[in-house]
Every structure is written in structure tokens, then in C-alpha cells.
Design a protein around this ligand. Structure first.
Ligand SMILES: [Zn+2]
Length: 235
């Protein structure tokens, strides 16, 4: 194989390696993983929040039940006084009656409040359950994505190793000075060898002078583009 053919081949492998390295640096899977990670974290926070709300409401409910028992006891005591004791004092009777009405009203209000709290707890529990199911699904998806990501990275790394090996192999068959020139172009311009397409350098899109094109057609000498200084390859 001629020098230029070898250099062109070497360039192809460098291009492939650059593509693989780009995929390794910015893998398509990582973005999805990050997004889902945020969703998972938010869902977990919402679950924690719902859990403490349920616990608080249950505490309120227990407190209300105790208060309710106390009020009912007081009411019974008052009713006992009203019906079983023979109180003749009108004022005292009126006070007891008022107290009884007040207790009845407090009990009723508390019962309504307890019912509402119970409904709210039920509602929150349902919300928690639904969210927990979502969380489980997200987690399964997340694990799957991470696995896919690892496989993908492994594949990319494997491909990169193959390309590096090829680059080494081809490089060893190229004249040292030429290889130095090629490598310095790779370092500065990333692409060292460019195709001539329609009499044009595909590296910088300059129309090439006909003398240069003739030279390219005649032999396999290494010819550089006068504008971008890359090595020209005429297929
Ligand atoms: Zn050029």
C-alpha cells in the first residue's frame, strides 16, 4: 500500500476513534439516567412528605378520640345531675342545662372534625400507595437504564481499544517523518488527511490549483493543501 493510502486508512481509524471517544464522553444513556434520577429523588421526597402528613393526621385523630371520651363523660355526669338529683335551684338548673348544650355542641363538632380527618387520612393513604407504585416502576426503569449504560460504555471501550490497536499497527508501517507530520496535524487540526472532492480540498473547501491537482494525479507523493496545510488524498 502506498504512503498516502496508508495515511488515508490511518485517518479513517482516527475518525472512528474520535467518534467513539465522543460517545464515551457524552453517552446518550447518561442524560436519561440523570433525568430519571431527579424524578426518583422528587418522588421519594413526596413519599416522605405524605408519610409524615398521614402520621400527623393519625395523631390528631387519636387526640380527638381522647377528648371526645372526656367530653362524653362530662356530659353523662351533667345529665346524671339533671335527672337523678333533685335540684330545686332554678339558676343552678339553668347553668347545668347551658353546660349540657355546650358539651353536646362540642362533641358534635369534634365528631365532624374526626370524620373529616379520617377521610383525609384515607385519601392521603391512597395517594401514597399510588405514588409508591410509581416509585417502584421508576426504580425498575432506572436499574435497567444503568445496566444499559454500563453495557454501552463497555462496548464503546472495546471498540476504542480495537481502533487504537489498528492505529498502532498502521502507524508502524508508515515512514517516521511522515508519521510525525501526520501526528502533528492530528494534534493541531484533528483531521490530517482530507479527500479531494470536485477539485476541492474537503478540509477547507478551497478550489485546488490545477498544477497541484496534476501532481496529485501523477504520483503518490505527499501533497499538502496550500490553504489549510492538510495532506490531500485523491481517491
Ligand atoms: Zn485545505
Amino acid at each position: 500500500m502506498s504512503n498516502i493510502e496508508n495515511l488515508w486508512l490511518l485517518q479513517q481509524h482516527y475518525n472512528k476513534l474520535a467518534e467513539i471517544e465522543k460517545n464515551l464522553k457524552e453517552p446518550s444513556t447518561l442524560d436519561k439516567i440523570k433525568k430519571l434520577g431527579v424524578v426518583l429523588k422528587n418522588t421519594e421526597e413526596r413519599l416522605d412528605n405524605l408519610h409524615s402528613r398521614i402520621k400527623n393526621k393519625e395523631k390528631t385523630l387519636r387526640k380527638n378520640e381522647l377528648t371526645l371520651k372526656e367530653l362524653e363523660y362530662k356530659l353523662k355526669e351533667i345529665e346524671k345531675k339533671l335527672y337523678e338529683e333533685n335540684i330545686a335551684d332554678i339558676n343552678q338548673l339553668s347553668l347545668l342545662d347551658k353546660e349540657r348544650e355546650r358539651l353536646k355542641s362540642d362533641i358534635e363538632n369534634l365528631e365532624i372534625e374526626s370524620l373529616e380527618t379520617m377521610e383525609l387520612i384515607e385519601h392521603l393513604k391512597k395517594e401514597y400507595e399510588d405514588l409508591q407504585n410509581n416509585f417502584k416502576e421508576y426504580k425498575i426503569e432506572y436499574t435497567k437504564l444503568v445496566k444499559e449504560h454500563k453495557t454501552l460504555m463497555y462496548e464503546h471501550e472495546k471498540k476504542a481499544r480495537i481502533e487504537r490497536k489498528e492505529i498502532k499497527k498502521i502507524s508502524s508501517s508508515i515512514d517516521a517523518d511522515l508519521l510525525r507530520k501526520f501526528n502533528s496535524l492530528i494534534e493541531t487540526k484533528k483531521i490530517a488527511v482530507v479527500k479531494v472532492i470536485d477539485n476541492m480540498c474537503s478540509g477547507c473547501h478551497m478550489i485546488l490549483p490545477s498544477i497541484l491537482l496534476d501532481k496529485l494525479k501523477r504520483n503518490d507523493d505527499i501533497i499538502l493543501c496550500e490553504n489549510c496545510h492538510r495532506i490531500l488524498y485523491l481517491p
